[in-house]
Design a protein around this ligand. Sequence first.
Ligand code: F6P
Length: 317
Amino acid sequence: MKIGVLTSGGDAPGMNAAIRAVVRAGISSGHEIYGIKDGYQGLVQDQMDLLDSHSVSGMLSLGGTFLGTARSQEFLQEEVRLKAVENLKKREIDALIVIGGDGTYRGAMELSKLGIKTIGLPGTIDNDIAGTDYTIGFYTAVETIVDAIDKLRDTSTSHQRCSIVEVMGRYSGDLALFAGICGGAEFIITPENPMDKKAIIKKLKDHKAQGRRHAIIVITEKIIDVHAFAKEISEESGFSSRATVLGYIQRGGSPCPEDRILGSRMGSYAIDLLNQDIYGVCVGVRDSRMVHLPFANVVGQKKPKNELYSLVTRVSS
Ligand code: F6P
């Protein structure tokens, strides 16, 4: 078989491990693997190269995606998708492995309806894809955030400050939750755990009265203006406060071992599925086992709340 592989949407550490596994497992199964540049954009512009085993040497430890990625709004248009299918047919590529998030899966589902044998791998730091316990890139982003929290605790303690750390995650709080727990944050605010500002400020006053020298608040993006919140805390809690928006460093970095293994397992599993003529599905890891589900069962589905949320009291731990 001729199989295309692409990465789409926000990049994530571990995507290269997944691509490497697709190439190596694919070649060892006798297939030809084509690397498609810059997500669906490359598909539409016919930017694809035959990859060999050497093409993916040294990829395991490399962050980002060597194929490049993009967010392709135009792929929402039927005629653009038909152009993509035409390019695949021209090259006699009849299967496509896409690595990305919810938007990527939507494109793959549409291509599946147009006769392309597609398989989706969950590649995003947000961990917001249903049908899988973890997404490729999540654990590396958690590690990056925990490192930042540890550093911020040093300076917060020196200055008797409350540090507010805003993290990514789009509409999912998993990055804030996992990193907040690992970093020993006093407060973790996520879309799943709505904030109670007054209760937080009161709790901070109590901490100050108990002689605590610092406080850490970890909060998911898009909830509140963290700099305005820091000003309020400085004025009302007894702690001086500063906000740090971690931003795009959460997307970079060499993938941690968990993401190298997860990417490798998922890439190899995708080839196993195609070898069994199974497609139109997305791959997941559930209780450490590889699983697959039809796209329709995953796209647009809300992921069940992680049980760790129950460990976090609403205001402070
Ligand atoms: O989906 C991954 C992510 O990093 C989100 O956490 C974040 O909100 C978004 O991408 C940023 O999108 P962009 O890279 O297009 O600015």
